[in-house]
Design a protein around this ligand. Sequence first.
Ligand code: ZN
Ligand code: FE
Ligand code: FE
Ligand code: ZN
Length: 266
Amino acid sequence: MLPPDYHMHTPLCQHATGEPYEYAITALKNGLTEIGFSDHAPMPQDNFDNWRMSYNQLDSYIDSIIQVQKKVPDLQIKIGLEIDFIPGCEDWIRSLISRYSWDYVIGSVHYVEPGWDIDNPGKIHLWKKHDINEIWIRYLELVNAAAVSGLFDFIGHYDLPKKFGHRPTVDLSAHHKIVLLNAAKTNTAIEINTAGLRKTCSEVYPSADILNLALESGVKIVFGSDAHSPDEVGFHFSEALELVKSLGFNSSVNFSKRNTTEFKLF
Ligand code: ZN
Ligand code: FE
Ligand code: FE
Ligand code: ZN
């Protein structure tokens, strides 16, 4: 049985296509028994950027998924949120979390400095102005702070800076070990995000060597396609399963109202 796909978007974020109902139908077609929506959460200012829902759309986001739960009873459909972790925004994040009884919340780092979301293709030129290793270290410090905060159920796309092929030229395993030990301590899982297979980096987030460290640290895993259109639901899950099997993982976690249960993968 395939694990749940816990990372998918809706048109409310302004850069995803297809209705939640279509994602659900595709999930069933692809043999999934459980999915979860986790659209980009609002920021304190609605004009923060142009790739998320606004604050007053949160209710219709939740309602639209509840409608699909009713329409597609054969599928378990969870309601989550992908929240940007930015230091200083912890109170905002807490208020988002307390606003609804989410099944899970994802903590993602996209911004490494004000105005630079490193995965934004429109800002790829900013990479040229920065030292790649420095950005990686800064990014990992932010992911570490997200893990330490204990606010999130799992970390999204753990090694996102590799998206466009920007690889560190120094060994960052010491940094990874710190992040992963903190994640284990706060019971924050990490996501095997298959969207990386659709990008220049051509591999899942995070890479196999980081997943090895995660296994050593006792960090739990979940799976997500980061679907921004219905055809991406469950994207290359069998490939991701083969990878984690070869590394020695045998289970992932499922979420319900922010409680975890073990999901036997093999
Ligand atoms: Zn997105
Ligand atoms: Fe993201
Ligand atoms: Fe996403
Ligand atoms: Zn994402």
